[in-house]
Design a protein around this ligand. Sequence first.
Ligand code: ADP
Length: 372
Amino acid sequence: MIDVLLVLNTGSSSLKFEVFGYDRLDKLAKGKVTGIGTEARLSATIEETGATIDRPLSAHDHDTAMGAVIDLIDRFDDGWRTVATVHRIVHGGVDFVEPVFVTPAILIKLQALIPLAPLHQPYNLAGIAASDRLADAPDIACFDTAFHAGHDPLFQAIPVEKALRDKGIRRYGFHGISYEWISRVLAQEHPDLAEGRVVVGHLGNGASLCAMSNGRSVDTTMGMTALDGLPMGSRTGAIDPGVVTYMLRDLGLSVGEVERTLYEQSGLKGLSGLSNDVKTLIESSDPRAAFALDYFALKVAQHAAMMAVSMGGLDGFVFTAGIGENAPPVRDAILARLSFLQPFRTLVIPTNEERMMAIHGKALVERRARET
Ligand code: ADP
């Protein structure tokens, strides 16, 4: 019997998972269910044997998707025992500044944060509900906001009156699990830079920058929600807030339509009219694709300069996530616009949110074992 940790990242129509051996945190399996609710598929790789699976699946919700994942794990294991299920939770609000075991009371608090991440939090929580199928394994939540919890009040404030601030209107920041991983890698592999002032660009479908000083987050481009800051695959990033009231009052869009516009129809997709996908845009000869990529690089560079101000200088720029790791033309365009800030070092470091979550999961399980 091998003890394992099941790491889950549950989105609106997908459930990604990785299985780690508990003792050495070696990766045993990795896979995902995509197209939940529509044309679902299950794909997975079992690391030890190299066996792969890719097949259609009847998964009308997260619960049935989870059932398929558990069946798969059961079938491949020669006695895997899930010690804990570790969930990625996008929003921890003010209360959750480190990973926790999920209790019914904590679940209620996390549900109350749904309005702050309407397109992520409900599905993250659906993942916790679905893992009830693993009745003996406790649930652990890791928060994308937690790494930014120590920000100075100057970097947390949103300038509205106090009565509104008291209702939770402040900046939190996201992608913290990814930034924490990068901070670890920097400390281990580039200790001199880790002590300096580094902008980390988590540039994927969702995108943000972190101002990391001496390994800790001091500022970040996302704010109260995951809409702020950089333009993204289909999200606006920071825009004139007057655009929102104009859409609501003068163009007659409903709140739901505005929300969909801001989250799903904008950014690279909205600007290019072609795709949210950077690889597709790079390969396109359509001038609208080039324009959207130029805009993206400009905004990343502008925000990076802002992050440099927050740290009082810039010693390094780390690129990570899908675009950061794989799109040299985008990296070059960003760096060209930042060349006036030279000299600073440039690195590409693959993110590994799943392993970071497994490290947290193991630490929490060990702590509980020591305390009981
Ligand atoms: P998510 O936020 O969904 O996890 P990822 O970190 O996987 O996103 O990043 C997805 C983005 O990375 C997409 O825009 C995709 O086109 C881009 N990307 C991935 N591989 C490449 C590549 N080889 N060349 C250019 N862009 C790439």
